[in-house]
Design a protein around this ligand. Structure first.
Ligand SMILES: CC(C)(COP(=O)(O)OP(=O)(O)OC[C@H]1O[C@@H](n2cnc3c(N)ncnc32)[C@H](O)[C@@H]1OP(=O)(O)O)[C@@H](O)C(=O)NCCC(=O)NCCS
Length: 179
C-alpha cells in the first residue's frame, strides 16, 4: 500500500443492553472524560442495588459505549395520584458510536423494562441548547410538558461541590395502558 492509498475493512459489532455491574463503574469514566462523576456513579450504583435506580448500558466487548440511568418511583409532590412514574437521565453515547441508533435503542430498552414493571409514564429532560436530544425524544413519543432551570450540584472525585445550570425542557411519555 502506498502512503496515499486508503484501505478499509468493515466491522460487525454486537451491542448488548444490560444493567451495570460494579466492575463497570471505572469504565463509565470513559478514560477520564467523566472522572468528575466518579462519586455520582458509585452512588447511583448503590441506588440500583436498593432498587431505586437502574443503570442501563450499551456494551460492546465488555465496554459501556452508551448509558441511560433511570430513576424509579419518582413520585413528585406535584402529583398525588399514585401513578408510577420514572425519570430517564444521563443518556449518552460515545461520540464515535453516535448516529447509529444506540441512543434510541437505550431508550426503547428502558421503556420495555418500565412496561414490564407496569409504570404509567416516564419523563426526561432535554437541555434547551441541545435540540438534537429534544428531536430524538419527540420522535420516540415524548412531549414537552414543563421547563426547568436545570440547577443541580454534585460532589466531584476530589470532594469539591460542582454547580451546574442547564435550562431544560421536561418531556413526558405515557407508557402502555394495562387493563
Ligand atoms: C443524544 C445522544 C445520546 C443520541 O445518541 P445516538 O446514539 O446518536 O442516537 P441515535 O443514533 O438513536 O439518534 C441520533 C440520530 O441518528 C440518526 N440515526 C439513527 N440510526 C442511524 C443510522 N443507522 N444511520 C444514520 N443515522 C442514524 C437518528 O435518526 C437521529 O437523527 P437526528 O439527529 O436527525 O434526530 C448522543 O448524541 C449523545 O450522547 N450526546 C451527548 C450527550 C447528550 O447530549 N445527551 C442528552 C442529554 S439531554
Amino acid at each position: 500500500m502506498t502512503a496515499t492509498e486508503r484501505h478499509t475493512m468493515s466491522l460487525q459489532l454486537e451491542v448488548v443492553f444490560r444493567v451495570a455491574e460494579r466492575d463497570d463503574l471505572p469504565k463509565l469514566e470513559w478514560y477520564g472524560q467523566y472522572l468528575h462523576f466518579r462519586r455520582l456513579f458509585q452512588r447511583t450504583f448503590e441506588e440500583q442495588i436498593a432498587g431505586r435506580r437502574l443503570m442501563l448500558l450499551a456494551d460492546v466487548n465488555g465496554w459501556p459505549i452508551g448509558q441511560l440511568f433511570v430513576q424509579l418511583e419518582s413520585y413528585d409532590n406535584l402529583f398525588m395520584d399514585m401513578r408510577k412514574r420514572a425519570y430517564f437521565y444521563s443518556l449518552r453515547v460515545m461520540e464515535v458510536f453516535q448516529h447509529k441508533g444506540i441512543g434510541t435503542a437505550l431508550i426503547r430498552e428502558a421503556e420495555s423494562i418500565l412496561n414490564e414493571r407496569r409504570y404509567d409514564s416516564v419523563s426526561i429532560a432535554a437541555a434547551k441548547d441541545n435540540p438534537g436530544a429534544r428531536r430524538l425524544y419527540e420522535r420516540l413519543g415524548f412531549r414537552v410538558f414543563a421547563e426547568d432551570t436545570g440547577r443541580w450540584h454534585y460532589i466531584d472525585h476530589e470532594g469539591r461541590t460542582r454547580y451546574v445550570t442547564e435550562p431544560c425542557w421536561i418531556l413526558e411519555k405515557q407508557l402502555k395502558l394495562f387493563s
